[in-house]
Design a protein around this ligand. Sequence first.
Ligand code: FE
Ligand code: FE
Length: 205
Amino acid sequence: MGDGRMGYDWETLEKRLKKELTDERYRHTLGVMYTACSLAMRHDVNPDQARAAGLLHDCAKCLTNKKKLSMCQKKKVKLTEFEKSHPFLIHAKLGAVIARDYYGVEDTAVLDAIRWHTTGKPAMTDLEKIIYIADYIEPNRFKAPRLEKIRRAAFQDLDVCMYMITCDSVNYLKADPGSMDRMTLDAYHYYKELTEKRNTNDGVK
Ligand code: FE
Ligand code: FE
């Protein structure tokens, strides 16, 4: 059932998740879920996959750091030194494992979208990009710069939108370079190059 057609019991998933998250986090979660669905409809991605990944992307977010670390140990989730010293990052990796083992998600495309939603990475699938982007632009978000432009780009071109968000994230994290995961920087360079290459090609045409 790796094709996303697995039947999800949305009501049960939502009920269980609501208990695991703070009210604010749950509201954000619903925002990501519906935004991801809309993006999936726009970009020809299976909306159920987007809905499941959006709903579960932060399922590990509200655990204490101590609990996150002990669950990683229990589930044999390997952590880098960087992740150990920045437990905030762990919720994505651990979230994918919890989605699989506690929420019964078998679709690896959905699990990978949860896995990469915080740092991004080079060469993401459309579903992965959609969750990363939805997390950033969902309606409850208001702090990021040039949100209107980024929101518009999300419904026009996923790669350009990835470039915009990773660029702003790298700039934001520059204030505290020790807090930047290597993967975020790799993602930024990848989408920068991809977007610029495409622009030059357009110029040649
Ligand atoms: Fe998150
Ligand atoms: Fe989130």
